[in-house]
Ligand binder design. Sequence first.
Ligand code: ATP
Ligand code: MG
Length: 419
Amino acid sequence: MAQKVSGPRGTQDVSPYESYKWLLLEKKLREVVDQYGFKEIRTPTFEHTELFLRGVGDTTDIVNKEMYTFEDKGKRSITLRPEGTASTVRSVLEKGILNEGLPLKAYYILSCFRYEKPQAGRLREFHQLGIELFGARDYTADAEVIAVAAKILRDLGLDNVKLYINSIGCPNCRPAYHDKLKAYFAGHKDQLCEDCKNRLEKNPLRILDCKEEKCARIAKDAPVGLDNLCDECKEHFEGLQRTLQAMGIEYQINTKIVRGLDYYTKTVFEFVYDGIGAQGTVCGGGRYDGLFEELGGNHTPAVGFGMGIERLLLTLEAEGKSLGEDSRPDIFFAGIGEQAKIFAFAMAEKARSEGLKAQSDLMNRSLKAQMKYADKIGARYTVVLGDDEMQSKKAVAKNMQTKEQLSLDLSQPVRNQLI
Ligand code: ATP
Ligand code: MG
């Protein structure tokens, strides 16, 4: 036998018996974002590498270590998207969609690619729901974006996922804060991890976010960003909190949340679940007023989030929450003999034309085995068809749960005759 080929490390298959969980979750996600008026945007799986170099930033882990970049046959540098925001902004700018009116509310559900060390909740291909709100500088926009994530989690019954918020300032107040941070961490340089030694010059804010314990210990006493905000950022953060309170959304301030991406300004937030280990950040987002200009557009305020679908599914499982069951056939037509087999197919097709979910035997099974199969796939009704039924156009439908029997007139619509 030829050797089997395995799937690439860090990728996951969703089997036909599990995919309903994804479908139910995606349906719920689409329902909630629609309630807030977000419309789906679709962008390509790969982009010019330059988009992410400029749009995600060359001091981030994503750009430094995690991108799937390759040269195509036309010698262009191409990258599989590591996230959805840069592509969304690129598309909106390219198509001039902002001219249609503001705010623009867009969402996407898509796969992202990052070369990371695979572990539970950390994959090389993973999926995100992302929402982006463009054009509104007001703190109510930040509150609305946070509210979408909070509503999703609430509707899924995930009350143990906690919301943490912070503000990382703006180009007015951040440089001075950066300098303070740099000075503080420079005093502890020897004790920082190699990555953080590099971050010290380029992006000291990110040291606050480092997952190494020794760095976290030093970061504990670092100058706090919230104490160093300009008046505008301070008022924005206070307005956000007043709006969240008015909407009944619980939160905690966490001054260590900075997000990995450079284009963030003011609000940053995370939804974290403690029950799935180190990969507990189910959703992360914030405001990124600087990104449009970075990508060649006019200054455009923007706020959004990315929610990891695999992490959501892990959280649902850890919390014992289910979104429902897989769909089942309404009716299974069993056939006895060659003629009735084909008649069963005709009846199943008729039932489908009435909108029912119908199946019949493809395996030439015995009647007993057909009934066993119908039971296994959870058919609500079974109908056995033989020569008599074909001639009389009368048959019996058996309710598989109650075992009740119904007479069916096969010349009439089937659907109306089922209870
Ligand atoms: P982390 O700190 O866990 O690496 P991140 O800051 O890189 O997360 P974002 O870029 O903000 O994450 O992506 C948004 C969300 O996407 C995360 O909160 C998480 O739920 C999910 N996510 C990110 N990377 C992965 C991955 N490699 N595998 C699965 N989900 C991921
Ligand atoms: Mg990451």
